[in-house]
Write a protein that binds this ligand. Structure first.
Ligand SMILES: [Zn+2]
Ligand SMILES: [Zn+2]
Ligand SMILES: [Zn+2]
Length: 195
């Protein structure tokens, strides 16, 4: 049995051969850890999986020392309270063990309030020249001259993301979308397909 994982968001660059895991073990720890943790996100580097626990610990496995995983905690062993509370609050468990309603919602996973195509030239002009379709969210908005006298440019006006907002990069979400040959992708190179 596995549990769903959150995307492994990061502000750092991520090599294109690193894969974002969507499921992981319910509990895990390295052999040297005194307690069990729960994975929030995970990445695959070749045949090596690395997990990031809700409390912040990184738990990797190597061929020499695989991480220990568990579906249920063996009697008497300890569980990290931060991991347990956040995992349950974020919905990794179907049911709340003690009947209380815990909530935990990492904020950076929400779509942005302003479409990342705003005030940029990521648009397809429409006939007439005064409006364009945003390549990031597919909504139609006016285009205007922006920038100063020495760097004039035309861009689509600021707008909230439309329902056609592209899928996020698993690592960088909607922070760095760009367009090549009419295809939206993250600057790290991963595709950001339309929904
Ligand atoms: Zn933990
Ligand atoms: Zn847009
Ligand atoms: Zn990316």
């Amino acid at each position: 049995m596995t549990v769903p994982l959150l995307p492994p968001t990061t502000g750092s660059t991520v090599a294109l051969n690193v894969e974002a895991l969507t499921t992981g073990p319910r509990f895990l720890r390295t052999r040297s850890m005194s307690r069990w943790h729960r994975p929030r996100s995970g990445t695959r580097h070749g045949n090596r999986d690395c997990y990031s626990a809700w409390c912040g610990y990184g738990i990797g496995s190597s061929d020499r020392a695989p991480a220990l995983t568990a579906e249920e905690i063996p009697d008497g062993e300890l569980v990290c309270a931060t991991c347990e509370g956040r995992a349950i609050g974020a919905g990794q468990e179907q049911q709340n063990p003690d009947g209380r309603q815990l909530v935990f919602g990492p904020r950076e996973l929400q779509p942005p309030k302003t479409c990342p195509g705003s005030r940029r030239a990521l648009y397809a002009p429409l006939p007439g020249g005064t409006t364009a379709r945003c390549l990031i969210c597919s909504d139609i908005h006016p285009v205007r001259a922006m920038g100063g006298p020495y760097n004039p440019r035309t861009a689509i006006t600021q707008h909230p993301p439309g329902p056609g907002l592209v899928q996020p990069c698993p690592f960088h979400r909607w922070r760095q979308p760009t367009v090549t040959n009419n295809t939206v992708h993250c600057t790290c190179g991963r595709p950001m397909p339309t929904p």
